[in-house]
Each structure stands twice: as C-alpha cells, then as structure tokens.
Design a protein around this ligand. Sequence first.
Ligand code: G3H
Ligand code: ZN
Length: 285
Amino acid sequence: MLVTGKQILQHADENGYAVGAFNVNNMEIIQAIAAAADELRAPIILQASQGAIKYAGIEYITALVKTTAEKIDVPITLHLDHGTDFNEIIQCIRNGFTSVMIDASKYDLEENIRRTKEIVRIAHSVGVSVEAELGKIGGTEDQVVVSDAEVAYTDPEEARIFVEETGVDSLAVAVGTAHGVYKGEPKVDFDRIREIDSVVSVPLVLHGSSGVPYSTLEKAISLGIRKVNIDTDIRASFARAVGDFIRENPDEIDPRKILKPARSAMSETVKEKIRVFGSDGKAWK
Ligand code: G3H
Ligand code: ZN
C-alpha cells in the first residue's frame, strides 16, 4: 500500500514511534528492505536520492517500489531524498513519488523559505508531501556535501517561522548527526530536539542516523523524531557480504549467488533498525 509521507509520519506521531527511511538504489536493496518490513509488519519509507535516480533510472525506481507496495501489505512511502534541483523534484512528483524532500539548506533562511514554499505549493496541489531541511547537516550524501566548518545546527525559533511560512509536512533538523561514516561518536543535542519539537507542529526527521548508538536514537525518538534516515549502514552490510562471499568463493561468477547473501545481510540490518525505531508491528490497514 503506497501512502504519502504525511500519512505515514502522522501515524508514527500519534503512536510515538519513528518510521525507518531507507535509501534504495537497485532491486536487491528494495527487496531486502521490503522483506524486513513485511516480516516485522512495519511501515517504511523507501527513498531515492538524485544520485540513485541517475544510477538506476526513475522508471526503474518507481516501478520497483510500486511493485513492492502491491506485493506486501504494509504502508510504504516513495520519497525523494535531498532534492536540490527544482526540475528533478517535479520529475519525481510527475512519476508518482508520494513524498519529496526539497533541500535548500545551503541558502539563507529567506531563500530556503522561498524555494521550499514553491515546492510545497506544487506538491500539495497533487497530494504529494514535502520534507525540507533547516540548518546544515554535515557529511556527504551523494551530491550534497557539507564540511565540518559549514555545519549549522537548526535554530528553534527559525524552525518555527520556517514551518509556519512554508507549510511543509516534516522538517529535517541539524542536531549533531552527519551523513556517512562517523570518525568518533556523534554528540546529539537532545535539548535542541526537545525545543524544536515544542515549537514546531510537524514531525521531525533525523538524517545521518547510520552509526548512531541505539540508545541515542531511542532518546531522539522519545523527544519527537519521527523519521530516521539510514543509507550508510545498508551500504556497509552490502559491501561486507559481497566481499566475504567473493573471498570465500573466488571462482563464482553468477550474480545471483553473489548478491543473495548481500540481500539477506541488508535485510537483517533493516530489521535491527526497525526494532530500534519501534515501528515493528505498527503497519496499519
Ligand atoms: O538522507 C539520507 C540519510 O541522512 C543517510 O544517513 O549516511 O547516516 O546513512 P547515513
Ligand atoms: Zn540525509
């Protein structure tokens, strides 16, 4: 069942858990996440970045996700992750994405509001939900690169103004996490999450959640995080499983045999996350 970003996060908000938003690039990753969600009866967000769309082709991504949504009976949102390009965001809306992220976080508040508002106007006119980002989350997520010096935590008062003026459905916040592999342990600013959540009416999104200790994620969720983004940990499971298999079976050339253990490994990773987010058993009809 394909649902909008607003619907899936509203259910999470009402029931006090977070939805896992997992990045997808190909069939095996989508199947791995779908199998985990189906087994644990968890609502999920399958999200493609602009880089994923470039790699796989938008028709393949949408067809794979739509097939998944027909095959398994859990709520699924098809979401564009970190949309920085107006035309690409429109292309996703036209192709049946049920949610898009406009990432205009590199601009100042006024310009971020202007760009976000424009996407909200278009997306809402056809029933598509919108996530936006305020503050600057560090690290690298495909084409979006933010150096340590550029990182800027989300200001609660600005967040209140931003959400009111743009009408977005969810807000990605910069509170200490970063994209990619962490060098040390991330320090999440819990007070900031609490403060933003108290002045903002929409669900909050945590990016850069791979490698974050589970106790930290659980606390962040208890304070109002409703969407938790995971890409790096799935990539790591995939690469580790493929590497192990090839080392143990150097003569194997059948892609199916090489990718099958990787698909299972990714599924295990996703199941672990779903349990931490408290979204297991939360699928609704
Ligand atoms: O937008 C995607 C996520 O924020 C990815 O974060 O690199 O920690 O998996 P990650
Ligand atoms: Zn992100």
